[in-house]
Write a protein of this length. Structure first.
Length: 272
C-alpha cells in the first residue's frame, strides 16, 4: 500500500478474458502469476473464473469452482490476501472457505439473490459494482442522462438494499463499473468525478485497467483500439488520478507500473 491506495492484482483463470485470455488458465500457471504479482507489490490478488468482457458466455457453476477454488487455496496458503471475483453466491461461499477474504461481485449482488446472505454471514469486505446486466447484453444499456448522478444513485440504492439484508456498512466497497454498460464518454466522466463517488461515504475501488476507452486514446476512429497489453501506461495514469482522489484501491493487470505511479504520487505529496 502506497499513500493509502491498495493495488489489487488481477488473476484471470479463464480461457477468454479480454486482456490475457488463457495465459494463466491452469491452476499452476495462475498461482505462479499471482505470486509474481505479489512480488511486484500487489496488496490483494483478485481471482476470477468468469470473463466479463462484452459478449462473453458464462461458465457453469461447477466449471467456475474448478477454476478458482484451487488457485485461491494455494495463494492463501502462500500468505496472499485474496479476493474472489464472482457473481455466484455458492462460488463466493466456497472461495471464502478456501481462504478468500474479500468478495468482488461485478453485479453488486444483483445476479444472485443469495449473495447478500453469504457475504453477511461471512462478514468479509464486499465490492459492490454498478451493473446493468450480464456481459452479453450490458452495452445495449449504456444510456445515461447524467452518468455520475445515476451511478451514484444506483450504488446508494444497492447499499440500502444490502444493509436491509444484513450486510454491514463497514463491509462495503463501491465500484463505479468502468466499461460495464458504459461508453467512453461515460467512463471519462466517472473518472473525472471520483469525488462524487467518494462523497457517498464508502471505500471506492477503481477498475479501469486495460479497458477499451484507454486503448482508443490517440487512435483514429477508422482504426481499432490498441490491444489490451498496450494500455498499461494509460492505466497507470488512471492510477495516479485515483490515488489523488483518495480511493481505497485500484484493480490492475500490470501491478508494477501502477506501483511506480503510486510512488511518484507519494513522493510529490511528501514534498508538499
Amino acid at each position: 500500500m502506497i499513500m493509502g491506495t491498495l493495488v489489487m492484482g488481477v488473476v484471470n483463470v479463464t480461457p477468454d478474458s479480454f486482456s490475457d485470455g488463457g495465459r494463466w488458465f491452469t491452476t499452476g500457471a495462475a498461482v505462479a502469476h499471482g505470486l509474481d504479482l505479489l512480488e511486484q507489490g500487489a496488496d490483494i490478488l483478485d481471482v476470477g473464473g468468469e470473463s466479463t468482457r462484452p459478449g462473453a458466455e458464462r461458465p457453469t457453476t461447477e466449471e467456475e469452482l474448478h477454476r478458482v477454488v484451487p488457485v485461491i487455496r494455494e495463494l492463501s496458503l502462500a500468505g496472499a490476501r485474496v479476493s474472489v471475483d464472482t457473481m455466484r453466491a455458492s462460488v463466493a461461499a466456497q472461495a471464502v472457505e478456501a481462504g478468500a477474504s474479500i468478495v468482488n461481485d461485478v453485479s453488486g449482488g444483483l445476479a444472485d439473490p443469495e449473495m447478500a446472505r453469504v457475504v453477511a454471514q461471512a462478514g468479509v469486505p464486499f465490492v459492490v459494482m454498478h451493473w446493468r446486466g450480464h456481459s452479453d447484453t450490458m452495452q445495449a444499456r449504456a444510456s445515461y442522462d447524467d452518468v455520475v448522478a445515476e451511478v451514484c444513485r444506483a450504488l446508494s440504492q444497492r447499499v440500502s438494499d444490502l444493509r436491509t439484508q444484513g450486510v454491514r456498512p463497514e463491509q462495503l466497497i463501491l465500484d463505479p463499473g468502468f466499461g460495464f454498460a458504459k461508453l467512453p464518454e461515460h467512463n471519462w466522466s466517472l473518472l473525472a468525478h471520483l469525488d462524487a463517488l467518494q462523497a457517498l461515504g464508502f471505500r471506492v475501488l477503481v477498475g479501469t485497467s486495460r479497458k477499451t476507452f484507454l486503448g482508443a486514446l490517440g487512435v483514429s476512429e477508422r482504426h481499432p483500439p490498441r490491444p489490451p497489453d498496450e494500455r498499461d501506461v494509460g492505466t497507470a495514469a488512471t492510477t495516479v488520478i485515483a490515488a489523488l482522489a483518495g480511493v481505497w484501491g485500484v484493480r490492475v493487470h500490470d501491478v508494477a507500473s501502477s506501483i511506480d505511479a503510486l510512488r511518484v504520487v507519494a513522493a510529490m505529496e511528501a514534498a508538499r
